[in-house]
Every structure is written in structure tokens, then in C-alpha cells.
Design a protein around this ligand. Structure first.
Ligand code: 5GP
Ligand code: ZN
Length: 140
């Protein structure tokens, strides 16, 4: 399993940094987030070290979503967000792939859980979207 000596999440997987472990399989590890933004906020990570999702080999991904689903159920939350940040500009602080499970109580407003600002200033025309669509399709 690829690991990076200086990576805090690799250290958590190896038990070199303590964590509140929730789940473990051959390829994933799940634990409570140390800086929760909601009650029950936890993380699922692949054991394989990869900075971004696009760096993670496909054969290391299979257990992630089932674990995310189990944990979301375990929080007991009716409403929740699954968040996965990639790169500094996209708010990634720890450079080891991780999926956040973040409960969002119905009455929380901006006091608990994820606060999403959905930018409406990007007025892409249908033509623009169509061009991007063709470009993306050509890379698949
Ligand atoms: P990011 O902003 O990279 O998507 O989120 C990183 C998350 O990792 C943050 O929510 C932060 O609280 C959590 N975190 C950072 N260091 C540690 C740690 O040493 N232990 C645990 N359990 N969580 C951590
Ligand atoms: Zn790592």
C-alpha cells in the first residue's frame, strides 16, 4: 500500500497518530474529523496515498462509497453533505484523498454543517456549455 512518510493521514492509517477509528477494510480507513463542523462529521480515506481523487488508482476506490453510505447512516442524520476537496483553491488542506460526511441538521442554517455558496455569476450560454461538453467528451 503506497504511503507517504510525512502525510498525517498515512500516519493515522499506520496508527502513528491516534484517531477515533470508525471503519477499516483492506483499502479504506474511516475516523472522526478532529475539527468537526457538525456533530458526527467524519472522514473516509483510501489507505493508498494519493493527493487528489484523480491520482487514486481505480482499484483502490471500490470500498469508499459503501463506507461513506454506512457512516452517513450511522450519524443518524436525515440531511447530510458528502464533500471531497481537491487542491488548495478548492479548500483541500490535507493532501491525501478524503471524503467528508457532514450532517446538516434541518434547523442549522449557517451555524452547523456545510455552508454552500452557489455562484450565480457564471452566466454560461448554451453555446458555451455545448463547447465544453464536446471538449470533455473528446477526453473520455
Ligand atoms: P480538507 O479541507 O483538506 O478537505 O479537510 C481536512 C480535514 O481533516 C479537516 O476537516 C480537518 O479537521 C481534518 N484533520 C486535519 N488533521 C487531522 C488529524 O490529525 N486528525 C483528524 N482526525 N482529522 C484531521
Ligand atoms: Zn497519505
Amino acid at each position: 500500500m503506497a504511503s507517504l512518510a510525512s502525510c498525517i493521514f498515512c500516519k493515522i492509517v499506520k496508527g502513528e497518530i491516534p484517531s477515533m477509528k470508525l471503519l477499516e477494510t483492506e483499502t479504506i480507513f474511516a475516523f472522526m474529523d478532529i475539527g468537526p463542523i457538525a456533530k458526527g462529521h467524519c472522514l473516509v480515506i483510501p489507505k493508498h496515498h494519493a493527493a487528489k481523487l484523480t491520482d487514486l488508482p481505480d482499484d483502490q476506490m471500490g470500498d469508499i462509497l459503501p463506507a461513506v453510505k454506512k457512516l452517513a447512516i450511522a450519524t443518524g442524520a436525515e440531511n447530510y453533505n458528502i464533500l471531497q476537496n481537491n487542491g488548495r483553491a478548492a479548500h483541500q488542506e490535507v493532501d491525501h484523498v478524503h471524503f467528508h460526511i457532514i450532517p446538516k441538521p434541518a434547523e442549522a442554517g449557517d451555524k452547523e454543517g456545510l455552508i454552500i455558496g452557489w455562484p450565480t455569476q457564471r452566466n454560461l450560454s448554451k453555446d458555451d456549455i455545448s463547447k465544453i461538453f464536446e471538449e470533455m467528451k473528446s477526453k473520455l
